[in-house]
Design a protein around this ligand. Sequence first.
Ligand SMILES: *[C@@H]1O[C@H](CO)[C@@H](O)[C@H](O)[C@H]1NC(C)=O
Ligand SMILES: *[C@@H]1O[C@H](CO)[C@@H](O)[C@H](O)[C@H]1NC(C)=O
Length: 307
Amino acid sequence: MNCKRRMLLLISCVLYFMLLEYHFRDEVEELRLSDWFNPRKHPDVVTTTGWLAPVIWEGTFNRQVLEEYYGRQNLTIGLAVLATGRIADQYLELFIQSASKHFMTGYRVIFYIMVDAFHRLPNLEPGPLQTIQVLDIRGHDADDLHLMLMKNLAVHIVGHIQDEVDFLFSMTANRVFQNDFGVETLGTSVAQLHAWWYFKNTENLPYERRPGSTACIPLGQGDFYYDGTVIGGTPLEILNFIKEYLDGIIRDKENGLNSTYESHLNKYFFIHKPTKLLSPEYSWDTVLWPPAQVWLVKAARCSERAF
Ligand SMILES: *[C@@H]1O[C@H](CO)[C@@H](O)[C@H](O)[C@H]1NC(C)=O
Ligand SMILES: *[C@@H]1O[C@H](CO)[C@@H](O)[C@H](O)[C@H]1NC(C)=O
């Protein structure tokens, strides 16, 4: 048995026990949806899913009500930033500069910067409520970047992040925040609609279709196509996702299959429906011209093949 597989199994077991322990903790009481969310305010787009999760578009939420609610909770929000190789050189500085202005302004934020080479770190200046932790990435699984990053993120969630933050996002660094990415995006399990595929009128979404893969979503099934560059939720939910993803990778390897990270993410959210969806306004793609339904771009990502 090779060492990499044994490592995956080990991490998977540790995650399993962590999750068991978590289920005995108290849940935070949720705000009533109708107190802050009005799906009729943004016509012509899907604002509520078939399983009644809100889809957050500009105009649908009342940030003032949310601020009153979350302002009382002394929240800390984590943002894991995946910044390897050229992404770190090209985008990290602008990412942090723009995030310190627009990401959860007024709340305590910890940026967890995941880099593979410390010498690549630019000069980063967080705002007054923000701190930066540079997380060291172990293992050089260069041919499967997401596998390596997610394994590392899981280890850090178990080791300390779960005790440091109430909510956690994970994003690739190749993006710039342009407007406020605020508390309207917080939720137990948050998925990002893919800017490109949301506006494509097609049944033929690029899900994994090979029946032998754990990421398979058969033709005719599926809800939305989610963007693999953003995921959010409680640290518990993110761990749960990483555990399922690693389990899937292990089983697929036994069958000689190899699906993309984004396919696994899409399969996860197909089985475990997200409690909140973010409109493509939260992860716009700079190469696309925004259609009329996009009222306010919060963050735009620069297309990058490496991700
Ligand atoms: C708010 O949270 C921070 C960090 O978790 C903690 O240091 C601080 O004491 C808390 N403040 C209150 C009023 O609970
Ligand atoms: C799995 O995918 C990675 C990245 O897409 C690729 O580099 C690698 O060669 C693939 N491995 C197999 C066994 O197909």
